[in-house]
Design a protein around this ligand. Sequence first.
Ligand code: ATP
Ligand code: MG
Ligand code: FE
Length: 335
Amino acid sequence: ELILAFESSCDETSVAVIENGHRILSNIIATQIKSHQRFGGVVPEVASRHHVEQVLNCTKLAMAEAEVDYEDLTAVAVTYGPGLVGSLLIGICAAKAISFAHHLPLIPVNHLAGHIYAAQLITPLSYPFMALVVSGGHTELVLVNEPNEYQLLGETRDDAAGEAYDKIGRVLGITYPAGKEVDALAHQGQDTFNFPRAMLDEDNLDFSFSGLKSAFINTVHHADQLGETLDRKDLAASFQASVSDVLVGKTMRALAEHPVKQLVVAGGVAANQGLREKLTATLAIEQPAIELIIPPLRLCGDNAAMIGAAASVQLATKAPFADLSLNAVPSLDLV
Ligand code: ATP
Ligand code: MG
Ligand code: FE
């Protein structure tokens, strides 16, 4: 089984070829970050134009690197949401064109399912498993009961974790996307500010990060007014300690309520070193039997390999194919 997969939901154009749902034959990722940095975030129209320029080249590279012909493919897969409508449409059109020209089934993939199934590129999954999805737009605890069967246990009521990183990073003078640099800074500082751990002790699996973001911004502004300069490393370390305490605390609560053998961490924030360390340490003490699966950095961020992995699961479970009327669904939910 060979799947050609497309991902263009935000600011990465990516095309991959995946064999049997787990083997990456190619995974080309063209990022446009440099074009958006001076605006402090992704500019949708700029993103769409980049995808148009990149998608054909990425496709050619992905096919060449995988050393396969279109005739060898089993199916074409594409992210159809959630994401930026103009960006999504470029990947969708490319996938449709190839599906049409080569008479291949078209598999519509949810971007978040892709982030979750990045784990399948690392190790075989056993059901049910727990997924902590932490990305630029989402923070969710998802129980995956069976292949392609998701149960939303909890989610953020305001900002996503990655979004909070990007917003407080701006206050620290770090360019978008700020997560990686805040993470590095945090490792050189101490948790001296003791920011709030929102909802940590509440009996639910939801999250909230906007209060933490406000507390952070107010602390910095208040010091500014007094003419004081706060230690950026300690600010970053304190913010990161709060985020990881809440993410880990809620995940442990979910694992206590729903027995599983594996915990998958998915999405761009899964790259966070502080989160990885705290999860590893806490699991070892509280749930040593649970296998922690965190994909390598390249598979945590947006990429088409993860879309190919999710598509393979959809193929196996006989999920419906799309036809050539497939449209983008910018606010598509996982469940
Ligand atoms: P979504 O997947 O919800 O549609 P997205 O695709 O924009 O959103 P991803 O590409 O999965 O999000 O992740 C990008 C986010 O990950 C950014 O907010 C970025 O700051 C954050 N991020 C990346 N590396 C790190 C890190 N080491 N620590 C914390 N955050 C990080
Ligand atoms: Mg991105
Ligand atoms: Fe993403």
